[in-house]
Design a protein around this ligand. Sequence first.
Ligand SMILES: [Zn+2]
Length: 324
Amino acid sequence: MWFALSACTTTRPPLDPPPQIVSVAVTLAEPAGDAEAELERLRSFDTIAAKLRAAHLHLRQGRTEATIDLCAEVLHGVVRPSANEESFARYLRAEAFAARGKPELGRFDRDRARALALDPELLRRLPVPEVPRPASTPRLADLPVQSRSVWGAAKANRRNLDAMTKVTRLTVHHSAVYFRDTRLQTCAAQLQKIQRDHMQGSGWADIGYHFLIDPAGRVWEGRELRWQGAHAEGRNNVGNIGICLLGNFMRGREGQPPTPNQVATLRHLVGQLAQQYGIGADGIFCHRDFKATECPGPLLQPIVLQLARDMARVGPGRVAAGQP
Ligand SMILES: [Zn+2]
């Protein structure tokens, strides 16, 4: 029995003390010797300081996955990290995403790290990014817009959103579901369903469209205009306002024409947005201009084309005012 004990006590190499402090000077320092040897030693210590130091060393060695895993352990571990510790975990994870060529995945972490950072040297490493000038909220004074709170919108997933850049165009869609109810509550429920489909079904950050128009002709606020939409495939969403009319504007038994109120509101909304953002008639699109789809349906597409022609002829102001 005694030799077993002595075997245990004699084979263990002496350990350097683990890092106690989380700071740029300690956590992000260059390794004094061999980084792999230091990593091996750090494995003996189950502390936040040791995990963050290891996360840094893995990143330095090009193992971004290990860095991301360790940061997640710190952020979601049993022991809640301090604000200072959280700022380092988020900074390191953002750096790991950047090293993988996906800096946008670390945007939320970087913002949060900046908000929490206490170490002045870490703050220096987290410059405030130049924010693209957000699109200003449209002046829709004479066109009431039902806000997100009216329809009970779920919160958008902020880490997955891109800022809207200069608006140059807008695109019209249909929801492709037969719908003719004009009651406020039913329309609100329909918007919730579309948002669920987009967030849970498609994995998007929020409902994809910026505006929706119900059969009564009400305008509903979809994704906030300061964020780029998700409605026209990839880069086509850049600077592109998405407008969806509720209904399935197809021919045949499952189809329906848009209501006169919907069409009047579409013209009003498009005319106002065009004025606001200086969008010309050539900036009015249908979804099918970007992809092989029937959207916005053969019963709505000619209405959009006519709208664009009228805009070219009499200008957006008169289209908005309903006097083409
Ligand atoms: Zn569409």
